[in-house]
Structures are given as C-alpha cells and as structure tokens.
Design a protein around this ligand. Structure first.
Ligand code: BG6
Length: 485
C-alpha cells in the first residue's frame, strides 16, 4: 500500500534510556530502580523459554559510547525521527539540587548529532527509570516527587527546548504503575495493590501537569521554541470483550486502563466513573482541588501511543467484589488471532480502530505512534538474520497507518518502530529481540538484519510503498553483509 499524503510523515524508531544506554556510572548517572531491580533479581530461564528473563543492564547496547555510529546507521537507513528518553538519574544523580553537567552535555551531544543527520529527536522525559534517591523517598507514592519531577523537567526544557520539537512527559504510566503495584515486577514490588496504584497514578498525572505548565510557561517566554509541542505516551488499549456477557468487563478495563490515563492528560479531568468505582471499593486517593485545577489547565498537545496488541477481557469471579480492581478481569486470546512467540496478539486492524477512536475524541490533536514492534528470538543462518516475520508485522502495521491517513484522514504524523537496535526487554531480557540491527551483547558489534533493508526501502521510496520484493531486499542485505555492515 502507498501513503497518499501531502503532509510530512515521520518514519522513526524508538528506545528508552535504561534499556539501551548502558546505565549506572556513565556520564555521572547513578542507579535507577531498573538498575537496582535487575541486579537484585538476576534470572535467566532455559534457552528458548518465554519466561521472564532479568539481566544486568549496566552495559546493554551501550548506546552511551556508541551513539555516533548508531546515529550514522539510522541516517543510512533514512530514519527521519528517533525517539529516546533522558535518564532523570543522569541529570540529577544525587538529589534535587545538584545538576550533573556531564549528563546534560551527553544529551546535547546526542540531540546535536541527530539534528546534524536530519533526524528529528522525539524526547521522553520519563520512561520508568525513577532515580534510586527519589525511590528512597517513596517514589511516586510521595506527593513531593511531583515537585522533584517538575524541577527535572525545568532543566530538560531549558537545556533542550530550542532544539527539540517534540517532547513527551511520560511513557506508559499505566504499565509503569502495574509493574510496581499490581504485578510486583519492579521496585517496590507490591502485588495486587490497586489502592497504591491509584495513589501513584494520581501523583504521576500531577507530575505531568506540572511539567506541562513549566513547558508552556518557558515557551511563552521564548526559552522553549515557539514551535515545540508537549505530548504524552499512553498504551493499554484497545480493549474488547468479544464474548457474550463480557461487555461489563470491557467497560471496566477501558476505564481503569485507558480513560483513567487519556482523560486527565488530554481533557484535564478524571472520568466520573473512576471516582464512583474508587468510592465503591473504598480506594481513597489524595486528590486536592488544586490538583484538579492544575490538570484542567495543563493538558498535553499531542497523543503519543504505543501499540503492540489489543486486549480481550473476561470477568473473573472476583469481579465487583474486592478492592483489587485490577483483579476483576482476566485477559484471553481469541483463537482467530495470530500471536508472537510471547503470545502477544497481532492485529493491525484493531490498531486502526483505536486510531479512529482517538481521532474522534481528540480531533484537534496530532497522533504519533511512539512504539510498535515485533519481539522474536531471531535465529541466525550463517550469522545472518532473515527476520521476515518482523518485516510482515511492520508492513501490516504501516498499512494500518496508511489506511488511517488515506481513508480516514486521521492526523497521524509519525510511526516509530520499537526498537532501532536490540536492547534489554523489560518482560524478557536480552533473548527477546526487537531491533532492525542485531547487537552482540558480548562484543557490542552491530549487524543489520534483513528488516533494516525493508524499512530503508519503504522510507526511501517517494510513495513509501509498503509492499516489497523479497529478492531485492535479500540482495541488498547479502551485499551489505559482504561489505561488512
Ligand atoms: C513498552 C515499553 O511497554 O513495550 C518498552 O515502553 C518495552 O519499554 C516495549 O520494551 C516492549 O515490551 P517488552 O517487555 O517486550 O520489551
């Protein structure tokens, strides 16, 4: 399919700092909760298993030392956008007073390098990596963290606000909080604590609103560029029931997983239904009038959306009877859907459905797909990765984007594949690979996969035709292999 679009469309790729950079002690960075958690829970399952793997992230792909060669590879591929996050623990390694100039310089260097190579930086302020010193003060369960985050946001906007056009406050607030308070899979490792999840979510929203306020103030003063925008990345939807009698489960999931996030960020208010639900189950959140005012006056300006899979839900026998509102539903995989090896449902069609919903609810806001990707074991043949499944996944999702733009006139302005190179995966460590570029995690040598040449061909074709001729792509791939890329 071709992209019939006269407006610019970014073809990007994405990463986050804790997953790609190599972490602690580089550029003055101190530990984040991910450094701390992964060291304490190190666990490698059997070869080929899809169980959660947890490894050290001290080095990862070491983007920190390799960003110049990585960006050169992005340019060669033709990327026009690169999404990455800034590590809060590198800007403020010890406390809220001492800014680390070496860390500040690192991100200037990365941003300058991207711009020099014609790649638009898309900068996330927070991708789940709370500095340990902030967590020691109870992280996002402490109202004070909203002020610490505001201070951090001040520095980021003042430093990079003239160079960066698109900022995101948070990545996937819902998954960050589920990891910490529902699944117990990240520090402080609480399980099934919907009450703590609600409290933390509220402080996360307040922190974002404070950051938006700073952003807009600095922009009105000309410190941030007049053309820069502030967005936020959410995920979790779309939710379906698909089964007789489970509509209630769908409505519930949509409320606690989508509306509780989208509405405060883009409408500046919580859905009333959420207050009713909290009341019913006795969840008491410290929401003050001034918080509601802050949310109302500081909405985000574009929608960042991470889409991997839709969610199909059905009630559990706990539905409606406990304060663990995240335990009311269970997810399931309808048999008609294909999945990845980690059982993530593949459905570009339902991605389009959601984009239509966003555009109906927020016609005035541009949308950027900030993540979409295919995790695989990436078996090799003679040292080469022929990742045709990944190519088909991307093709189908790009077609979904094109349908959204061509047929429904949706203001979708970019697609960022997750991820540019192989990095640490929170749910499956280093064995779940997403990249266009293989990283050997021992030698750190980078090697392009077949999918690299697919995406390159789509970007460089003026009509961005997503169809492909496998023989031509293979020829380019094999030639480049001979050339040592
Ligand atoms: C998103 C996150 O939830 O999904 C990324 O923003 C993450 O950080 C991606 O890597 C894929 O998840 P996973 O666990 O398969 O790596």
């Amino acid at each position: 399919m071709k992209l019939n679009n006269t407006k610019p469309f970014y073809f990007g790729a994405a990463t986050s700092s804790f997953q790609v950079e190599g972490g602690a002690n580089l550029g003055g960075k101190t530990d984040s909760i991910w450094d701390e958690f992964t060291r304490r829970n190190y666990y490698i399952p059997q070869e080929g298993s899809t169980e959660r793997e947890i490894n050290y992230i001290d080095v990862s792909s070491d983007f920190y030392h390799n960003y110049k060669q990585d960006i050169a590879r992005m340019k060669e591929m033709g990327l026009t956008m690169f999404r990455f996050s800034i590590a809060w623990a590198r800007i403020f390694p010890k406390n809220e007073h001492d800014v680390n100039l070496e860390g500040v310089k690192f991100y200037h260097d990365v941003i300058d390098e991207l711009i020099k190579n014609g790649i638009e930086p898309l900068v996330t302020l927070f991708h789940w990596d709370v500095p340990v010193w902030v967590q020691c003060r109870n992280g996002f369960l402490n109202r004070e963290t909203t002020d610490l985050f505001e201070k951090y946001a001040q520095v980021v906007f003042r430093e990079y606000g003239q160079k960066v056009k698109y900022f995101l406050t948070f990545n996937e607030m819902v998954i960050f909080n589920k990891n910490q308070f529902i699944w117990g899979s990240l520090t402080p490792e609480y399980k099934n604590r919907s009450d703590l999840m609600a409290k933390s979510m509220h402080y996360c929203h307040v922190a974002c609103a404070k950051a938006v306020n700073v952003f807009k103030t600095l922009r009105s003063q000309g410190i941030v560029s007049k053309s820069s925008l502030i967005g936020i990345t959410h995920t979790d939807g779309p939710v379906f029931h698909g089964y007789e009698g489970d509509l209630e489960a769908q409505v519930h999931e949509n409320l606690i997983g989508n509306l509780a996030y989208f509405k405060p960020s883009f409408d500046g208010e919580y859905p009333n239904e959420l207050f009713k639900l909290w009341n019913k189950v006795g969840i008491d959140v410290d929401i003050r009038d001034e918080d509601l005012m802050l949310l109302k006056n500081n909405t985000h300006e574009f929608i960042g959306w991470n889409y991997y899979q839709p969610m199909f839900v059905k009630k559990t026998n706990k539905f409606g009877v406990s304060s663990d509102i995240f335990g009311w539903n269970e997810t399931k995989i309808p048999s008609e859907y294909k999945t990845t090896k980690w059982n993530w449902i593949i459905s570009p069609e339902l991605m389009v459905e959601s984009l239509r919903d966003f555009s109906k609810n927020y016609p005035h806001l541009p949308i950027i797909i900030t993540e979409n990707g295919y995790g695989d074991f990436d078996d090799e043949i003679d040292g080469k990765i022929y990742d045709v499944d990944r190519i088909n996944y991307i093709k189908d999702h790009l077609d979904g984007c094109y349908t959204a733009i061509n047929d429904y006139d949706i203001n979708l302005i970019g697609y960022n594949y997750w991820s540019f190179q192989d990095i640490f995966s929170p749910s499956a460590g280093y064995r779940k690979r997403y990249g266009f570029v293989k990283v050997d995690f021992d030698s750190l040598v980078r090697t392009n996969k077949l999918s690299y040449y697919y995406y390159q061909s789509v970007i460089n074709d003026p009509s961005h035709d997503s169809d492909y001729d496998i023989e031509t792509i293979k020829k380019n791939f094999e030639q480049s292999f001979k050339d040592g890329k």
